[in-house]
Design a protein around this ligand. Structure first.
Ligand code: PEP
Ligand code: MG
Length: 584
């Protein structure tokens, strides 16, 4: 067999060599079939066995996950166990086998369809959302009926490179770093949530490979080069040895960078840049300091809402934020309020039907509509402010009216807390994400009401260039150095400098060492990124002079195309950091 090479999109750097594990997520197709009266008893027994097996699998999964990262997400599995004892679902299917003379698969499918229809008619968003759970449980029983197990990443026993069509945020949560060497998916882009999570877990990954699942079988030897978005299946000896060498070099380089951990992010001429970490889970806060970061520049709070039968309570919010704030001290934590929709989790079935979710009821728009959810989170954040150095960051602000409306709600919540006798920091800073072109264009107006700006390039690039950040077919157009993007960044930095408000960047652009000198040259004082990138960016910052960075930024800004801007940046890197440039 000859090696096959697939090229996709860089998601998370690093090289791994190992056996592939093909995660099968296709729905099982089964046919309902009539059965004879004499077979009914056997069919019911077969069905009950599949249900019991499903229960045993989930119990087993629970045991294994409780040791890992996904501990706080166990109740989704409890919900599934409850459903496996549910009268409507289980007894309903048995009744159908007996009364309609259909096989177990057919009876189960009909029962699920009937239940789904009922769910669709329910007003309550939360209950309607449970339809997913019924369908997932149904899929598990069906697979057990036909002898095809529903796999979970928690099931993986030996070290493997995961190959899948796509991974859900919950899959990534179940990943055990000691077993998952890396992953490669058909779908996705550099800024899709799965890619961001891979970087924060430090797992090499390539996405957007389009049809890698069709080319790989479980057990195949694969090389995954996350730094270049490449997967090689059944490598020849020469390639294999070549990559072993590359892998060793990369690891050595990473080790060298580790030495920078305790050193400040300061330019040669003494300008201090704040390098911070982006986190998604409270447990990740320790890893920011471990990687040499100073504080959390973006705490995405969506994960508090994921995989659970209800919305988090004020106490849950408070406890999570308090934990992070205390752990991060003496550094700050920038807590971003809920950003649902778009490529993130959906909280409400009603809004999941949107034709263009990225342009839909996302983030602050959702929160302004669902004020009870928003206010509960704000109460939790505000109460946590007395335990650390917390700032509030509002996502997806499109203009002044929205910001004013949001601030009004924050003031309302403060007044309510006061009358409840709850303590909070009256002067907590409220900043905004600049991630919609309209916000960048009106930055001068927004600067009057926002305590700071944090630029979210993942969305800013998506909306400026009109490219869906999730769509692998247009991922080649994702280019932070497009003149349109650079001009917006410049505009925002000019405004922030003049208004004397802090300027941060927390999109993925902030974590790429190629852009580090340009960004500080433009005036960014805070760069927040996935923890694995901190030392790479620090390395660049510690080796430049501010004046050179300013000149580079201006030179890059003058380029008429992204390709020329990139060449300018690359030439600068090659001249200054030949060893680092070789690893990029
Ligand atoms: C961004 O859009 O750049 C950002 C940091 O937010 P998210 O990736 O969570 O949308
Ligand atoms: Mg965003």
């Amino acid at each position: 067999m000859h090696e096959k090479t697939y090229r996709g999109i860089v998601a998370s750097p690093g090289i791994v060599i190992g056996r592939a594990y093909l995660l099968d997520r296709r729905k099982v197709v089964v046919a309902g079939r009539r059965i004879e009266e004499v077979s009914i008893k056997d069919e019911v027994v077969r069905f009950k066995k599949a249900v019991e097996l499903s229960k045993a699998q989930i119990e087993d999964l629970k045991k294994r996950i409780s040791k890992g990262l996904g501990k706080s997400h166990l109740y989704i599995l409890d919900t599934h166990i409850m459903l496996l004892e549910d009268k409507m679902l289980i007894d309903g299917a048995i009744k159908r086998i007996k009364e309609s003379y259909v096989n177990a698969e057919g009876a189960l499918k009909e029962t699920i369809s009937a239940i789904s229809l009922k769910f669709d008619m329910i007003e309550d968003d939360y209950l309607r959302g449970r339809k997913h759970d019924v369908e997932q449980v149904g899929e598990r029983i069906l697979r057990n009926l036909v002898g095809r197990k529903l796999e979970s990443l928690a099931d993986i026993k030996d070290e493997a490179v995961i190959i899948a069509h796509d991974l859900a945020p919950t899959d990534t949560l179940m990943m055990r770093k000691d077993k998952i060497l890396g992953f490669a998916t058909d779908a996705g882009s550099r800024t899709s949530h799965t890619a961001i999570l891979a970087r924060s877990l430090g797992i090499p990954a390539a996405v957007g490979l389009e049809n890698i699942t069709a080319a790989v079988k479980t057990g195949d030897v694969v090389i995954l080069d996350g730094s270049h978005g490449v997967v090689i299946i059944d490598p020849d000896e020469e390639t294999f040895l070549d990559y072993l060498k590359k892998q060793r070099k990369y690891k050595y380089f990473e080790k060298e960078l580790e030495k920078l951990k305790t050193l400040p992010a300061e330019t040669l001429d003494g300008h201090v840049v704040h390098l911070q970490g982006n986190i998604e889970l409270p447990e990740e806060v320790a890893s920011v300091e471990d990687h040499g970061g100073a504080g959390i520049g973006l705490y995405r709070t969506e994960f508090l809402f994921i995989n659970r039968p209800n919305h988090p309570t004020e106490e849950e919010h408070y406890n999570a934020y308090r934990h992070v704030a205390e752990k991060a001290l003496p550094h700050e934590v920038v807590i971003r309020t809920l950003d649902v929709g778009g490529d993130k989790i959906g909280l409400s079935r009603e809004f999941e039907k949107e034709a263009n979710p990225a342009l839909g009821l996302r983030a602050i728009r959702f929160c302004l509509k669902k004020r009870d959810i928003f206010k509960t989170q704000l109460r939790g954040i505000l109460r946590a402010t007395v335990h650390g150095n917390i700032k509030i960051l509002v996502p997806m602000i499109s203009g002044l009216t929205e910001l004013q409306e949001t601030k009004k709600i924050i003031e309302e919540v403060k007044a309510e807390l006061k009358s409840d006798g709850k303590a909070f920091n009256e002067h907590v800073e409220v900043g905004i994400m600049i991630e919609i072109p309209s916000a960048a264009m009106t930055a001068d107006l927004l600067a009057k009401e926002a305590s700071f700006f944090s630029v979210g390039t993942n969305d800013l690039i998506q909306y400026t260039l009109a490219i869906d950040r999730q769509n692998e077919h247009v991922a080649y157009m994702y280019e932070p150095l497009e003149p349109a993007v650079l001009r917006l960044l410049r505009r925002v930095s000019d405004v922030a400098l003049e208004a004397r408000i802090p300027l941060a960047m927390c999109g993925e652009m902030a974590g790429d060492p190629l852009y580090a000198a340009i960004l500080i040259g433009m005036g960014f004082q805070y760069l927040s990124m996935n923890v694995a990138s901190i030392s790479w960016v620090k390395r660049v910052i510690r080796s430049v002079r501010m004046q050179d960075a300013v000149e580079l930024a201006s030179l890059v800004m003058q380029q008429p195309t992204a390709a020329l801007a990139r060449k300018t940046a690359e030439d600068f890197m090659e001249e200054r950091f030949p060893d680092l440039a070789a690893e990029l």
